[in-house]
Design a binder for this molecule. Structure first.
Ligand code: GLP
Length: 252
């Protein structure tokens, strides 16, 4: 089912597989239409199925990553790339090691630094030097975070160091052996980086995302619900399942 709510395209699918298929098709179309696209990529459990399908399309010769550049949204602070919970490790595992992307075209903010400010400004510069992101893939946190932009009293513009919310630490503990091992800080693209992307593709599945999706679409734009800023972007596509659409479907 497809809805258009205030210019935002919303696809409601009946399964995680269908979300993964639809989102992979959208990313593949971007790659086919512009071979040197700049993609903004997300981690978390939601896009894994999408990455699996993109790898399959690559193996079947349908898409080519040789001219693609990727910028990842975020990375845990002080987590080494070889740590299995790092987003660097995740991206390698699910996508980069399986397609023909050039290593020099992969950008992930480095959490291994004492010069946070330097890393953040350089990341912002690289994004701008590449002409900004063509298609930014996003998940959404239970508290409305996009990337690791946590609810706050103001929107953070550029790449920055974030203090993770207790809720986020709890939600992400499932990926670690114990909650104590979840880093308390991360480096994340800011809201300006995300909003300057030409297109946005947000994925969500499961009932635990239903409430926040309702808030992000129907409440006023506020830094307290970081994803609400997407109401002001002019090219947003949301792909969700029936469970995540529970509170919004009747309002579309
Ligand atoms: C993580 C990531 C986000 C992701 C979100 C949702 O903390 N920093 O980029 O979108 O949380 O994760 P999941 O897809 O596992 O629900």
């Amino acid at each position: 089912m497809k809805f258009n709510y205030q210019g935002i395209q919303i696809f409601v699918k009946d399964s995680y597989e269908a979300i993964s298929e639809k989102s992979a098709q959208i990313v593949a179309a971007q790659i086919i239409l512009k071979e040197n696209s700049v993609l903004g990529l997300a981690t978390g459990s939601t896009p894994i199925g999408m990455y699996e399908r993109l790898v399959k399309m690559y193996e079947e010769g349908k898409i080519d990553f040789s001219e693609i550049t990727c910028f990842n949204l975020d990375e845990y602070y002080k987590l080494k790339p070889e740590n299995e919970q790092s987003y660097s490790y995740y991206m390698d595992k699910y996508l980069f090691s399986k397609v023909n992307i050039l290593s020099e075209n992969i950008y992930i903010p480095s959490g291994i630094t004492d010069d946070i400010e330097g890393v953040c400004r350089k990341y912002d510069e690289e994004i701008v030097n590449h002409g900004n992101i063509d298609l930014q893939v996003l998940g959404i946190g239970n508290n409305g975070h996009i990337g690791f932009n946590e609810p706050d009293i103001r929107f953070e513009a550029g790449t920055h160091l974030v203090q993770l919310d207790e809720e986020t630490i709890k939600a992400n503990a499932r990926f670690f052996d114990s909650i104590d091992l979840v880093p308390r800080q991360a480096i994340s693209m800011g809201i300006r980086n995300i909003m300057h992307s030409k297109k946005i593709l947000l994925l969500a599945n499961g009932e635990n995302k239903a409430k926040i999706l309702e808030k992000m679409l129907f409440e006023d734009v506020t830094p307290n619900i970081p994803a609400s800023i997407l109401q002001l972007h002019n090219d947003v596509t949301i792909v969700i399942d029936e469970l995540a659409a529970k509170y919004i479907k009747h309002r579309l």
